[in-house]
Design a protein around this ligand. Structure first.
Ligand code: BGP
Length: 489
């Protein structure tokens, strides 16, 4: 067992799931701020009003709103991102706890709407910039390198209301204005950047990743093109601002296995894997892959890719590839025999060899080793695992203890798989930031009781609790993992 000497152990959160302070000090609304709480059986809804004055709440993943829809916050709905776990006021306490665990890096996002409240302004909001100055200073003070996602499901809502957000190419310019401001402001404080969180979720609908209230394939293809161009330009821009900057992409890697050795299932699996690879192919290789262009052609989709845009994609390839990994799934052309399996924004068939979490996500450490190899072999670029973990319902017991053995078991097995990928297979892996290192609001359900953290936060789904931070059993376990650089699991 040996991890590289300067391996970046840490943890990850996102602004909208961690900070709260939704309207603090000039912050505008982001797309996450109009998404209601859901539950395991009830999906999350997005709120908006139509010209006739009627308020609507439609399902986030299948959203197709009328053209006159204006998105906003309406009374009578519960919006979990508004308070989240109050990181906005408590980040110093939290970073001190991360430092106790020995974090080398901390992944969080900048909430774009703190800096440009509607996305349309030409001058940034100084209070928002100052907040992240303090946050990054606090990290650096403890020797923790910030790993910053520029866009993690929190596009300024003003862009959606003005012109349909990322479906419109003007959003590329708005984004680059923001990237320039934060790149220059945090020069010397932030060296590791990620462009769009899980950019491939655009394959499942436009709201979460892009604030586009549509599932129309032509619109989603244009939205994807605009984000891919913006990502490439952001890479160039951040390199120009500081040659030390390292800029990565971020994809949700949903490993698929063929359900059977039926060649039709192999092809179904290949096609599912391509939906993982497509965005990464463009961001890492600098051009649209042939299989995607043919798919667009078949479906009558035209993305009007110009020579200049091709050049932009070529010049803005990423320095490293980052991804989230939670689970694997099986693919089949069709199967009446197997049960379906849900997952991190993916659907598939159940794998009889795997167990699943309480939320049905199939647990598969070997799938992580496989994924690391597949990605490294395909792109030959350094990798970072920037999300990994299992959501559980943890109990705060008397005496302020939380026995979260399920987290420890999950993470231990996945770290072993990383070790094998590095030491037996030769994969270059820079770092590991397990998801929700402190409990936070779930992205898919908005619930508090789906917990990933090393640190328990005593907020409950009904909004009760004081937000106290309590170390779980996994806190000391992970501290020791980092102290021994992965030798003692
Ligand atoms: C990823 C997102 C995160 C995060 C995680 C866990 O898709 O990037 O924001 O929340 O999944 O998902 P959930 O919160 O739904 O359990």
């Amino acid at each position: 067992m040996s991890f590289p000497k300067d391996f970046l152990w840490g943890g990850a959160v996102a602004a909208n799931q961690y900070e709260g302070g939704w309207d603090a000090e000039g912050k505008g609304l982001s797309t996450a701020d109009v998404v209601t709480r859901g539950s395991r059986s009830q999906a999350r809804y997005v709120t908006y009003q139509t010209a006739d004055g009627v308020v609507h709440a439609d399902e986030m993943f299948t959203l197709n709103t009328p053209d006159d829809a204006k998105f906003g916050v309406f009374e009578g709905f519960d919006y979990p991102s508004h308070e989240a776990v109050d990181g906005y006021h408590r980040f110093k306490e939290d970073i001190a706890l991360f430092a106790q665990m020995g974090f080398k890096t901390f992944r969080t996002s900048i909430n774009w709407a703190r800096i440009f409240p509607t996305g349309l302004e030409t001058e940034p909001n100084e209070a928002g910039l100052k907040f992240y100055d303090e946050l990054f200073d606090e990290c650096n003070k403890h020797g923790i390198k910030p790993l910053v996602t520029l866009s993690h499901y929190e596009t300024p809502l003003g862009l959606t209301n003005a012109w349909g957000s990322w479906n419109d190419p003007r959003t590329i310019e708005a984004f680059l204005r923001y990237v320039k401001v934060v790149g220059e402001r945090y020069k010397g404080k932030v060296e590791y950047w990620l462009t769009f969180n899980e950019i491939n979720t655009l394959g499942h609908g436009g709201w979460m990743g892009a604030g586009v209230p549509s599932t129309d394939p032509q619109k989603l293809a244009m939205t994807a093109k605009h984000q891919l161009l913006a990502s490439a330009k952001a890479v160039e821009l951040l390199h120009a601002i500081d040659a030390n900057n390292k800029v990565g992409n971020m994809i949700a890697f949903m490993t698929y296995y063929p359900l059977t050795c039926n060649p039709d299932d192999i092809m179904a699996c290949w096609s599912e894997m391509n939906s993982n690879f497509f965005y990464c192919d463009v961001q890492a290789r600098g051009y649209y892959p042939a299989y995607k262009l043919k798919e667009y052609e078949r479906e009558g989709i035209d993305i009007h890719l110009t020579d200049e845009e091709k050049e932009t994609l070529k010049n803005g390839t990423v320095d490293f590839i980052s991804f989230s990994y939670y689970m694997s799934n099986c693919a089949a052309k069709q199967s009446d025999a197997a049960e379906t399996s849900i997952g991190n924004m993916s659907m598939g068939f159940k794998n009889p060899y795997l167990k699943a979490s309480d939320w049905g996500w199939q647990i598969d450490p070997t799938g992580l080793r496989y994924s690391l190899n597949v990605l490294y072999d395909r792109y030959q670029k350094p990798l970072m695992i920037v999300e990994n973990g299992v959501g559980t319902q943890d109990e705060l017991e008397e005496g302020d203890v939380v026995h979260d053995g399920a987290h420890i078991d999950y993470l231990r097995d996945h770290i072993k798989a990383m070790d094998q990928a590095i030491n037996e297979d030769g994969v270059e892996l820079w770092g590991y930031t397990p998801w929700g290192c402190i409990d936070l609001v779930s992205a898919s359900t908005g619930e508090m009781h789906k917990r990933y953290g090393f640190i328990y936060v005593d907020y409950q789904d009904d909004g009760t609790g004081e937000g106290r931070r309590i170390k779980k059993d996994s806190f000391d376990w992970y501290k020791n993992v980092i102290a021994t650089n992965g030798d003692d699991l």
